[in-house]
Design a protein around this ligand. Sequence first.
Ligand code: PBG
Length: 320
Amino acid sequence: MIKRPRRLRVHPEIRELVSENSLSISKIIFPVFVKKGKGLFLQNKSLPVAYTLSPDRLIPFLKELHSKGLASVLLFGVSENKDARGSDALLKDSIIIHAIDAIKSKIPNLLVMTDIALDPYTDHGHDGIYKNGKILNDETLEVLSEMSTLHAKAGVDLVAPSDMMDGRVKAIRQTLDRSGFENTGIMAYTAKYASCLYGPFRDVLSAEVQGDKKTYQMDFRNRREALRELKLDLEEGADIVMVKPASWYLDIVSDFKTFSDVPVAAYQVSGECSLIELGAKAGLFDRDRGILESTRSIVRAGADLIATYFAEDLIRILAK
Ligand code: PBG
């Protein structure tokens, strides 16, 4: 007898009934760039779906999105005083500290996460302390731990180390605990690959890299190695583990789903979002369908949470 899987596809109601994954706005993390100043609400040509905001514009913008269901944001700081050590990252009144403070006092229920790495603040564009063409792993851990503690003091909910230094989750966890921030979480960028897809993001931050990041970010040929990073981050105390980029790395998301005992996040990075945005603009496909298909596929692969610049669009699309 012929088997008929199409029976369950015959009309929208039955498709809805048997659909395997649901994407809800509570699972979305919205990455936002913050910059000192007044009245800034900037968009960038290479990443048209993202915003760079000054604190005065940030709060009303996020308040509105929060009222429509947005649950969390991931903050990146834009620096205009870059130096070799990334000193802006450790300022007690950095733009990130201002932003955390403002959000926590005006929109206390919006979860705030911050990216922990030095590349927005260094003139060489690397994520850590960089001397004579080399990244100094262990020196970098100290800076990242200090940066995390400053953010924790300002009230951040989770810090998100994106630097891929060895041992950083443990170092940050220990420092946070010692400083009395045992409830500040760590969302680790666990399998972060050296990808061309970060191009638009680096453009937004004017973070051109001297050389490349291949001595710390992962080689995109490798799958098994991601499990090693996963094991380490879990041992070291990560509360959420992330795969990045997302769409070209769904095998890794799927592996994490199987082997992680903490929630799995996936980051639909700048290049992924801009490909969809610009492809749709060129008339290659429908924009909303592109946004939905890409994000639902990431969920299907096993992601519990998605960081994506399409958060605003998803709020609108999912409300339909
Ligand atoms: C910083 C960082 C990067 C991204 C997130 N955190 C860039 C990089 O590692 O070069 C990329 C995000 C995106 O492309 O949207 N370490």
